[in-house]
Write a new protein. Structure first.
Length: 77
């Protein structure tokens, strides 16, 4: 990854964006210390389906219930 300081990033933004469109990632730094990354935007390719693993997990009869204090912590009581 290439690193540029803030001043150069402001004055060369169009050029940097062209590089990013080509797949480059550019680190923007202040006084040599990285503060941000300019990276290509990626659109989600596939939407997740709720309940996709329904029926995959089975609660066995010998499963011990949680102790009351831990169960209360999960329930927000």
């Amino acid at each position: 990854m290439r690193q540029v300081n803030i001043h150069d990033a402001k004055s060369q933004l169009s050029k940097l964006l062209e590089e990013v469109e080509g797949g480059a990632r550019i680190v923007i730094a202040r006084a040599g210390r990285p503060i941000a990354v300019l990276a290509p935007f990626q659109v989600a390719t596939k939407k997740r389906r709720l309940g996709g693993l329904a029926g995959e997990a089975i609660l066995r009869p010998d499963f011990d219930p949680l102790p009351a204090d831990i169960a209360a912590a999960f329930e927000g009581d």
